[in-house]
Design a binder for this molecule. Sequence first.
Ligand SMILES: Cc1cc2nc3c(=O)[nH]c(=O)nc-3n(C[C@H](O)[C@H](O)[C@H](O)COP(=O)(O)OP(=O)(O)OC[C@H]3O[C@@H](n4cnc5c(N)ncnc54)[C@H](O)[C@@H]3O)c2cc1C
Length: 279
Amino acid sequence: MISYTPKTLQEIPACLGRMTEKDKIIGGGTDLIIRLNMGLSKPDALCYLGYVDELKRITAEEDRLVIGAYATMTGIENHPAVKEYFPALMDAASDVGSLQIRNNGTIGGNIGNASPAGDLLPVLYLYNAQVEIMGAEGNRVEPIEQIIAGPGRTTLAYNEAVTRIFLPRPAFVSSFVKLGFRRKVTISRIGIALGVQMDGDYVKDVRLVIGAISLKPVKLTAAEEFLRGKPLNESNIMEAARILSDLIMEITPREFDRDYKVFASRGIVMDAFKRLRRN
Ligand SMILES: Cc1cc2nc3c(=O)[nH]c(=O)nc-3n(C[C@H](O)[C@H](O)[C@H](O)COP(=O)(O)OP(=O)(O)OC[C@H]3O[C@@H](n4cnc5c(N)ncnc54)[C@H](O)[C@@H]3O)c2cc1C
């Protein structure tokens, strides 16, 4: 198998230009290598961009965070600016798989996988992530919502790669809570990314994005509208949870553990509100 391994940003377009529809971009390989070993994907070439320093870096700018697509979950989880301003991202990265998976798995691969249970996806929706994509012909930047097309599908062409992710610094405090089959190394059954901005005792703005209940992350706009302008007390939070359980009943396929999720959504919404913080 051929490997394309550009060492600088300038070399990337030429490498991408050599790829055919069968070929693959590889990140940390935590998912792709399994697919190759199972014969589910048979590329003639792999394109690895991880030797390009800029794509491994996480940089805190004054009004945004810039994350290279080859930043690992461990690198994200431990970055001081992620801890300080993006705690939901820190929580989501630290919840991915095992330490070995987090040391190798990248944010670019999490996006490339587009799994309904991908832990970083609801959080990237929460923070209004803009995704930079590089192709043989040039670059473009698009909101994460336009990149995730469905389970295992993105809108990227075969010869395009995610190169950087831009997160505007939020005005809200945030949290991420994941419910899995077990406490660790678990696939998400529900993931809740929450952001809240208060004005005194009242909710000024709120964002709720739910992962793993549908084919891609879902914004819980009805609960957001309900909570805006209200105090953040237990009965209002429980009403938001009820809106979530109704939505799960309506849109979640039964084989996605629908009945369990309807029941569990109350506890997990409450947990997400309890964990809200800026750090
Ligand atoms: C045991 C185990 C546990 C796991 N647990 C979790 C979990 O809890 N939560 C979770 O979210 N995921 C989990 N995963 C899935 C996977 O580890 C993560 O999604 C990880 O982020 C994938 O990153 P990677 O760099 O290893 O991607 P790779 O395996 O290298 O690639 C995955 C896909 O993304 C594409 N891709 C990679 N990089 C790019 C790029 N820069 N641009 C465009 N496309 C790209 C590849 O072509 C491939 O289709 C788990 C996997 C395993 C094996």
